[in-house]
Design a protein around this ligand. Sequence first.
Ligand SMILES: O=C(O)CCC(=O)C(=O)O
Length: 294
Amino acid sequence: MDEHEKYLFDLRGYLVVRDALTKKQLSRLSSTLESKRKSGVGILGSDRTSNNSDTKLAWSSPSTLEWGGEYLNLIDLPSLQPYLEMLLGKHYRLDHDYVKIDSENHNHLLYLHGGGQGAGGPTDLVGPTDGGQCFYRFSNGRFFNGLVAVAFELDDVRPGAGGFACVPGSHKVNIELPGDWKISKTQDEIPECVDQVAVNAGDAIIFTEACAHGTIPWEGEGERRTIFFKYSPHAVAWSPAYYNSDNYPGITENQRKLLMPPSAFGPASETQSIWAAAQREQAELLELRGKESN
Ligand SMILES: O=C(O)CCC(=O)C(=O)O
């Protein structure tokens, strides 16, 4: 992350990393997604507030990581790692991931959410309290972010088409976003302070969830397919559920670290044995519950 990028991220709350994905990665991610859609998979990953089962609450949210291959490579993509480390600190973790499709048929409202210092207000979509988990600040020469999103774009998003939008600079604002600016049903209703961010397929938008942002109703051709991977510092979680790295055979040691649940130590070597013990205990508990119910 060079000096210009640091300046722009601090100024605006987001950055576009051009060609974050190679052509090969883009094509593999896209074809896996299409084959999943064809096979009728309903939920394309999740923000981990939805679960597959009642018995394994912490570890059962759907994830695009279950699709393997290039989706696993997104966990610690080399083109993004330096940015994430600069924005989140050395030890950070993947909090949740999902795919979102914008098209004529999925024509979302622009619902601006987030906002620095809890400026989204008490009913903010990013958290029902004050949005405090999605903090942003820059002090002592470094960035602090509660949740950093990476939006991998699989399609071109032309100016005026729709897609990611934000109120640049709002990650530092101290006043709640005016209520009548939060929701726009059509592009004509969008307040002037909102910027639409045009991108090419393969680009990634990195943004802090502290920046008031949302999706502009789609008026482009075809679809906008976006894969979101969202990261937090090691001790912070947005999602109430977390990953079980054992679900993804073949992942690297570094990827395993990034899937660790939140803790004060994060994926430091001291914590690995505690996490392994917690996993063993969970497995034992589930086995006992299984025996009880038989
Ligand atoms: O469509 C987008 O890029 C914005 C998504 C969004 O609002 C979010 O990730 O919280």
